[in-house]
Design a protein around this ligand. Structure first.
Ligand SMILES: O=C(O)[C@H]1NCC[C@@H]1O
Length: 347
């Protein structure tokens, strides 16, 4: 639906937002580089709350149609408050503002190197991106003046629940694993929803995963070791159930936010899934596993690096790696008399 502007059109300055467009494994990344109003707040979580409460019309204009689309994804660079961080970022999608995004960290790693936001070093340039979930360490291949593949270590990943039973309307009682990889996800195999990821239409996967998400949200109260703003359920990842180690990729489709389908294997979801596989003894640090996206077949690798603790939770640092590519730049504008200027979604 189209929404009324919360900005006064006669008084507000013209809307001109510049962006750099990338994709990681097919998942769009719209990096906002110029034109956002000043963001208030000292901590990154305060900044996230500020854009959500005061500037949400900007997200809708940039993520929703006609400038974006139902499954668009964006990143807004902000001043970090963590002294160790090189850049800070807020993430946005069709419904709101997520707390961690692996595909975006992969794209932003390249972007930071290519824009000279960090001093470069070969063969790898290291940087820290402050995300709402916490600091994410990123290494960007950098050789012959060219940025390439990116790997990252997110905040500690932990299993919240294994084999949690939930009743999913239209699908029955299923068991899910719930884990945190910078955001909370539920995992279950396609077979328990009567689907086959290799052949199911993406809409069927979207519908089933969304039903699981709604059921888990109702049934499972979440806890985060540090901050209540981070204790929300972000999405469901349906897998092909091939959890035991195998050199060929295991397929997974992540459905997050308001039923948005990730075109990539989902970096934060992969982080969380590695935590589950690690807990079940199905993955080793020395053998990275390949995780392929259901919608596009694009691949990220993931492996546990070392065990740690986060508050009450046994946790693990996970390394995820992937590739991002530039697709262009854009300058988005708004005409005051456009009745659809604030965006709309077609499901
Ligand atoms: O790669 C990721 O972590 C993300 N991709 C879109 C949804 C998740 O935030």
């Amino acid at each position: 639906m189209a929404e009324k502007s919360t900005l006064s059109d006669s008084k507000s300055p013209p809307f001109v937002i510049k962006t750099v467009e990338m994709h990681t494994g097919g998942e769009p990344l719209r990096i906002i580089t110029e034109g956002y109003p000043k963001i208030q707040g000292k901590t990154i979580l305060e900044k996230r709350a500020y854009v959500r409460d005061h500037l949400d019309v900007f997200r809708k204009r940039l993520m929703w149609e006609p400038r974006g689309h139902y499954d668009m994804y964006g990143a807004l660079l902000v001043e970090p408050d963590d002294e160790t961080a090189d850049i800070g970022v807020l993430f946005m999608h069709n419904e709101g503002y997520s707390t961690m995004c692996g595909h975006a960290c992969i794209g932003l790693g390249r972007y930071a190197v290519d824009k000279g936001l960090v001093p470069t070093k070969s063969p790898e340039t290291e940087l820290i991106i402050q995300c709402p979930t916490g600091p994410v360490k990123v290494w960007v291949d950098y050789q012959g003046g060219k940025s390439g593949r990116v790997r990252f270590h997110s905040v500690p990943a932990f299993v919240f629940a294994l084999d949690q039973e939930v009743d999913v309307p239209d699908y029955g009682r299923v068991k899910v694993d719930i884990a945190y990889g910078g955001a909370f996800y539920a995992f279950l195999p396609d077979s328990s929803l009567g689907l086959d990821l290799r052949t199911a239409p993406v809409q069927a996967v979207r519908t089933a995963a969304t039903a699981v998400t709604e059921a888990v949200k109702k049934a499972v109260p979440l806890r985060h070791p540090e901050h209540p703003d981070l204790a929300f359920f972000y999405g469901t990842i349906i897998t092909d159930g091939r959890d035991e180690y195998d050199p060929t990729p295991t397929v997974q489709t992540s459905v997050f936010g308001d039923a948005s389908v990730d075109r990539s294997p989902c970096g934060s979801g992969t982080t969380a899934r590695v935590a589950v596989l690690h807990r079940r003894g199905q993955i080793e640090p020395s053998k990275a596993r390949q995780f392929a996206s259901g919608p596009t077949g694009s691949v990220m690798t993931g492996r546990p690096v070392r065990e740690t603790k986060w508050g009450e939770f046994d946790a693990v640092i996970v390394e995820v790696a992937g590739n991002a590519y530039y697709t262009g730049t854009a300058e988005s504008t708004v005409e005051p008399d456009d009745p659809l200027k604030n965006g709309f979604l077609v499901k």
